[in-house]
Design a protein around this ligand. Sequence first.
Ligand SMILES: O=C(O)CCC(=O)C(=O)O
Ligand SMILES: [Fe+2]
Length: 210
Amino acid sequence: MNLFSQMDLFSSDEILKTEFDLPGADVTLFENFFTTDESNRLYNSLLQNTVWEQDQMTIYGKQVNLPRLTAWYGDAEAAVSYSDKRSKMHAWNTDLLFIKNRIEQEVPIKFTRCLLNYYRDGKDSVDWHQDYEGEQRKNTVIGSVTFGEKRPFQLKHATRKDFKRIDIPLAHGSLLLMQGATQNNWKHKIPKTTKKINPRINLTFRWIKS
Ligand SMILES: O=C(O)CCC(=O)C(=O)O
Ligand SMILES: [Fe+2]
């Protein structure tokens, strides 16, 4: 085998699937779920075309900016409640439908909405939380896609302090599927870093029972 065909064999665009063995969680990572060309194109297009908002949250009675920009896209022209504020729901666009369709090849579900997060630099982050409330939290599917800077996605058990935290690096073009009771049993976070890093866009495709 010559060098060229060996390199071809380990082409950086090959999809690499990893299932994480976490108690009470169903978490699967697909590296290179999108090719480098697709990821570069989608990163630039989403950065330009998304209607980014500076949302706020209430801390000790004070309104403070979220440490990231956000946007909601989805099926309905309905408003969604997020961080004490009602954000506008925009209609799906071509890029989002392209990404949504690709994830729907992996999971038997039709996503109804997507939250986009834009982490401008290392100061932008999302703190420990679980997605959804109540019944929805107990059994759900979230498809999380990343373009741009690779950042660690940290997972820790919601109640068991003796379980080790895990850090999953989410790279350009990756897909992380969180299914079943993952949201009910585990919390997740994107920590801040003092390193000089590039921006990152994350999209979480969600499915809301109506
Ligand atoms: O940026 C990420 O990878 C996670 C975002 C997240 O957890 C959320 O928006 O609920
Ligand atoms: Fe989340």
